[in-house]
Ligand binder design. Structure first.
Ligand code: GLN
Length: 516
């Protein structure tokens, strides 16, 4: 009987495995066969309207870049398969060849052209400064000295802002988050591509924001490729053709309601620069500078990570203990409220909780006329602690309830009150049981603090991203980041093991005997 049952199991596992292999195969084969049909895997970061965004109606990608890429590819007989990637991941992905091209409002710069190839320019843009409507002090680039500025990671805007003396730069994954930061009053300005900021104000209805001064830079967008990609020549030819036959003008008209600008054959940034548009490149930044950057920036990041972890565990432990008490109390209403709290924070992603607390709440308060905004550090600590407390509450509750109820009765008969019983008898025993899962929670939290990068925290992971954004050496940098995380988590494991041993009366007794 049991033999038959295990057969059925084996067969089911077999089915599942073959299903998984089939899915894997389906993913791999189009890539292997791509040369035959000339499919281009094109990456884009789809929060950059009107160049690339997700359509409200269909959920598909749309925008000027998307139409342009499709039109150009069609002209020269390529199939396009779009892939969404974060902006700072695009150049590393091109270098590693995981994608064949990228169109994402990417400015052609001499520095980038040393690691990737570019098509001819297809759009003339530039950086603009955005401030809140009531701001009268910032009128041009010079006024940005010493100000708080939000930018998108890895962009020309972030590079330009980095040169402003005394400015405090906060980096976000997307332009919309940077602009939201400005609306919420947490920064004084945003340096971002002019057409995108303008579109956010005019078309997407971003309120209380204006563009000041002249364009900070003149930039040209190009389609990006791995260096030496044979597709560059084809795509350039396609570009030339759609300009000639008027398709380009039609797309331009559709998205900008205007006549297209005159475009140069080569971006001015590359004229005379030591880079080759046809793809002959001189390689990325030198390893030495990457190494120095890692040595300088990762310890800073690790410190922020540790601070975030320590504060959140501290508050989480206090909160978790209180919630656990409430959960085992006799008050049914309190129990219900705390249950909802625990379920909410355990059942929703920490990332969503961070966004609600950091971006959502201040916006909501502004809408109802309250001038309240939460700084980055308290926002992160609140989000992390609320999350940790929810997990710890269950761990602590379990720990306390695992102690034999007979002990309560024994203490009562000895004349001890509940508080004394808890403090002297139950908690010390429960604490030993709580320690291992507490250690797990601590380690998980060290890793989870990396989520705060999305609200512009320069913790360990974001420091790595920032280094990749200027050096394009993703592998080395992320391995280094991973090793630092590993060092932190291993150290925490050792620390918790020591506390466990210390709390263990038997082991402590042995140690004492040894030293005696
Ligand atoms: N044009 C800017 C750059 O290339 C920003 C592009 C983007 O955010 N998609 O850096």
């Amino acid at each position: 009987m049991t033999k038959i049952k295990s057969w059925v199991w084996l067969r089911q596992i077999g089915f599942m495995l073959s299903g998984m292999l089939l899915v894997l195969w389906m993913y791999i084969t189009p890539v292997a066969g791509q040369d035959a049909v000339k499919t281009l895997r094109v990456a884009t970061e789809p929060t950059f309207p009107p160049f690339e965004m997700q359509s409200d109606k269909t959920g598909e990608l749309e925008g000027f870049d998307i139409d342009l890429m499709n039109a150009v590819a069609k002209e020269v007989g390529y199939l396009v398969q779009f892939d969404s990637l974060p902006f700072d991941g695009i150049i590393p992905a091109l270098q590693s060849g995981t994608i064949d091209a990228a169109i994402s409002g990417i400015t052609i710069t001499a520095e980038r052209a040393r690691s990737i190839g570019f098509s001819s320019p297809y759009f003339k843009a530039g950086l603009a400064i955005a401030v809140r409507e009531d701001n009268t002090t910032i009128k041009n680039f010079d006024d940005l000295k010493g100000k708080r500025i939000a930018v998108q990671i890895g962009t020309t805007g972030s590079k330009e802002a980095a040169n402003i003396p005394g400015a405090r730069i906060v980096t976000f994954d997307g332009a919309p988050s940077a602009l939201q930061e400005l609306v919420n009053g947490k920064v004084d300005a945003v340096v971002n591509d002019y057409p995108v900021t303008l579109y956010a104000i005019k078309t997407a209805g971003l309120r209380r924001i204006k563009i000041v001064g002249e364009l900070v830079t003149e930039e040209y967008y190009g389609i990006a490729f791995p260096s030496n990609s044979p597709a560059i020549r084809d795509i350039n030819f396609g570009l030339y053709k759609i300009v000639e036959n008027g398709i380009y003008e039609g797309i331009f008209q559709k998205w900008f309601n205007n006549k297209p600008q005159q475009l140069p054959l080569i971006a001015p940034a590359l004229v005379g620069a030591k880079a080759d548009v046809s793809g002959i490149t001189t390689g990325g930044g030198t390893r030495d500078t990457v190494f120095n950057l890692l040595l300088r920036r990762l310890p800073q990041g690790a410190l922020v990570t540790l601070l975030l972890t320590a504060f959140s565990v501290f508050f989480g432990l206090i909160g978790g203990t209180l919630v656990a008490m409430g959960l085992i109390s006799k008050n049914k209403i309190l129990q219900w409220i705390l249950r909802i709290y625990v379920e909410f924070f355990r059942g929703t992603p920490m990332l969503v909780q961070l966004f609600i607390i950091y971006f959502g709440l201040p916006g909501l308060f502004k809408e109802i006329g309250l001038q309240w905004s939460l700084e980055r550090f308290p926002a992160a600590i609140i989000a992390l602690s609320l999350n940790v407390a929810a997990y710890l509450a269950e761990i602590i509750r379990g720990g306390i309830q695992s102690i034999d109820p007979g002990q309560w009765e024994a203490c009562q008969s000895l004349g001890m009150n509940s508080l004394e019983t808890m403090k002297e008898v139950i908690f010390p025993q429960a604490f030993r049981r709580i320690l291992p899962p507490l250690g797990n929670e601590f380690i998980t939290l060290i890793k989870d603090t990396s989520l705060t990068a999305v609200i512009g925290f320069n913790e360990l992971f974001r420091q790595g991203q920032l280094i990749v954004a200027t050096t394009y050496q993703a592998f080395e940098v992320y391995i280094a980041v991973a090793l630092v995380y590993l060092a932190l988590t291993v150290l925490s494991s050792v620390m918790f093991k020591n506390i466990e041993n210390f709390m263990d009366p038997i082991k402590r007794g042995k140690n004492k005997a040894k030293t005696a």
